[in-house]
Ligand binder design. Structure first.
Ligand code: A2P
Length: 278
């Protein structure tokens, strides 16, 4: 006599190709991919129902590589109100995740752990007049989220986004974001002229604005160019996202100006977070 069939024997056609996804992970669908340079791309994917985050936070993003998932921390570049999720990524040729992630296409599955976190959030800063967002390379990603969030403009009168890259082509994501905001049906009016974009390059003579952000703060050129007074803890707040060396050097300059570092449980005058690299 044949043994009765078990329910798990009845697998829908094609279902075997889908790896099992653990309870603490979402499996989302890629909606769009845009490549900027040999080293940079962005992608958008579906947002799971019930996934909540604060603008500026990061999540663990992953792919199945062989039969194992590989995850890396990625800032969520879309704002908290967006129905989709956006990410801005570097492509590392032999990077454990990005060597695969750079090949994703619409319709593919990307994994995301359920719990977002991070320090580059409005809650970690005390109120003030002006917010500086200092970024290098993919460090612009959390700010791509925050500059598209109305709450940023409720909390600050003026928002200054600095973005420094080696070459002009690497600045394109930032220029596109500014364009998107200017043309957006409700952000355009809400943001108005409160948001200023300050892009610079360090290894490309073809662009007018040159130099590391640290040098531009130290020389005072940043403030002269923007027509604002030098950094002052009474009026200014900062968020920093870039390489370890950039975080360290920029943090020192903010501290020299009298600003103190804050955290989620202890809001203060500036916060820092390492940009994704691997
Ligand atoms: P530079 O070209 O002078 O090194 P990277 O791709 O190496 O992360 O660099 C991204 C940008 O950050 C580059 O423009 C780079 O300038 C700049 N940068 C690197 N290190 C620092 C630092 N310690 N402080 C400020 N900017 C930095």
């Amino acid at each position: 006599m044949n043994a009765p069939a078990k329910t798990e024997d009845f697998v829908a056609p094609g279902a075997q190709t889908k790896p099992a996804v653990p309870d603490n992970v979402y499996a989302e669908t890629v909606l769009a991919v845009e490549h900027f340079t040999e080293h940079l791309f962005r992608f958008r994917m579906t947002r799971p129902a019930g996934f909540r985050f604060r603008s500026g936070e990061f999540a663990m993003i992953g792919l199945m590589v062989g039969d194992k998932p590989i995850y890396r921390a990625y800032s969520i570049a879309s704002p908290a109100w967006d129905e989709e999720l956006e990410f801005f990524s570097i492509k590392v040729p032999d990077g454990p995740l990005t060597s695969h992630l750079q090949k994703i296409k619409p319709g593919d599955t990307v994994l995301m752990r359920k719990k977002p976190t991070g320090t580059l959030v409005l809650d970690a800063l005390t109120p003030a007049k002006r917010l500086y967002m200092f970024s290098t390379g993919t460090g612009i990603a959390p700010f791509a989220s925050l500059i598209r969030d109305p709450e940023t403009y409720e909390k600050f009168d003026e928002v200054i986004l600095t973005h420094t890259c080696r070459e002009v082509a690497e600045l394109k994501y930032g220029f596109d974001l500014m364009e998107e905001i200017r043309n957006h049906e409700f952000l355009a009016e809400l943001v108005g002229d409160k948001l200023k974009h300050y892009p610079t390059v360090t290894r490309d003579p073809s662009f007018p604005q040159q130099g590391r952000i640290t040098d531009l703060i130290e020389s005072g050129k940043l403030f002269t160019d923007l027509g604002v007074p030098p950094l002052d803890p009474a009026t200014d707040r900062g968020m920093i996202c870039g390489s370890t060396a950039m975080l360290k050097d920029t943090k020192l300059l903010l501290e020299k100006a009298g600003l103190t570092e804050g955290a989620n449980n202890k809001p203060a005058e500036f916060v820092i977070e390492r940009a994704f690299v691997g």
